[in-house]
Design a protein around this ligand. Structure first.
Ligand code: FO1
Length: 310
């Protein structure tokens, strides 16, 4: 079993590549819930949904989130009723949030809601929330604290990042199966997700870093930063806000306490000595997943570096 720490868009692309080279039933995805939000009274878990839709073959390829070919009729009707519509929920996507919110209201856990969703959508592997307890990534800006989606979507990440906090993480318990997956895995892969806001919240859950240190499984991360900039999203500015160099070296520094191996992009091969000086071994590969074949090749390279049969 291969355990994966996953955020949103970058993780989805990598997982699609990995599912082309290994039987997806060998995977266990541990998903970030720090981006979760309440929208129109519904509990939305963007990173869990993005990974679920990707593995179900439902993810909208252009947006990188939501359901392919979705419509937004409800969104238009909600706008006419005066509700906020900066966070765009599609009509098919809404069913996921209605389902999850109903189960939560009936006292079921986020993990149970996620399990029923992934089974209903035919996803062949478990997708485990990092915690069933509320953890919310918050970003401090010159105008004050913002919830993650207010920062990322409403403000289009165009505001200065002064501080990042994972509210609730200190008292959150790892979701059922999370520590066991890390302990029992034959390999652990950190997807090319934003280290600070997609992987950071998972690492902030008490017990997770200890499990990553203790596991006998080799641990590998794929850099989400190529050539001094993130492949997508605000990862660079978030890393800079934490004083980390915006490069594969910064990623290695952030994960070095427990990471064995970092896949560095071939365009950054000159950074290999600096990464290895941090005690993190490296593999060099093309990490730009511009199509399925390149995502599969990257996954194959990661497995080879881990010594895990494809
Ligand atoms: N990202 C946007 O940039 N704009 C949106 O309106 C938006 C809506 C949305 C709805 C459901 C969902 O699962 C994801 C959505 N995202 C949207 C992406 C989301 O903000 C990011 O994928 C993650 O939170 C970052 O990893």
């Amino acid at each position: 079993m291969i355990a994966l720490l996953a955020g949103g868009t970058g993780a989805a692309r990598f997982l699609l590549g990995l599912a082309r080279v290994v039987d997806p039933r060998r995977l266990t995805v541990i998903g970030n819930t720090g981006d979760d939000l309440d929208c129109w009274g519904l509990h939305v878990s963007p990173d869990l949904d993005t990974v679920t839709y990707a593995l179900a073959g439902l993810l909208d390829p252009a947006r990188g989130w939501g359901v392919r070919e979705d419509t937004f009729h409800c969104l238009g009707a909600m706008a006419r009723l005066g509700h906020e519509t900066w966070f765009r929920l599609g009509d098919r996507d809404l069913a996921t949030h209605l389902h999850r919110t109903r189960l939560l209201r009936e006292g079921r856990s986020l993990g149970e809601a996620t399990e029923t969703l992934r089974r209903a959508l035919g996803v062949p592997c478990p997708i485990l929330p990092m915690s069933n307890d509320p953890v919310r990534t918050r970003i401090r800006t010159p105008e004050g604290w913002l919830a993650f989606q207010e920062f990322f979507v409403r403000e289009r990440a165009k505001v200065e990042v002064l501080e990042v906090r994972y509210e609730g993480a200190a008292r959150a318990r790892p979701g059922p199966g999370v520590l066991e997956a890390l302990r029992d895995a034959e390999a652990v892969i950190v997807c090319p997700s934003n280290p600070v806001t997609s992987v950071g919240p998972i690492l902030a859950i008490p017990g997770v870093v200890e499990a990553l240190r203790a596991t006998l499984a080799p641990t590998l991360a794929v850099t989400p930063i190529v050539g001094g900039a993130p492949v997508s999203g605000p990862a660079g500015r978030l890393m800079a806000a934490l004083g980390l160099p915006v490069s594969a070296v910064g990623v290695a520094a952030y994960y070095r306490d427990w990471l064995d191996l970092l896949v560095v992009d071939e365009r950054d091969a000159d950074l290999v000595p600096a990464v290895e000086a941090l005690g993190v071994r490296t593999a060099v590969a093309d990490t730009l997943m511009t199509d399925g074949a390149r995502a599969a090749a990257l996954a194959r390279n990661a497995l080879a570096a881990l010594g895990v049969p494809g």
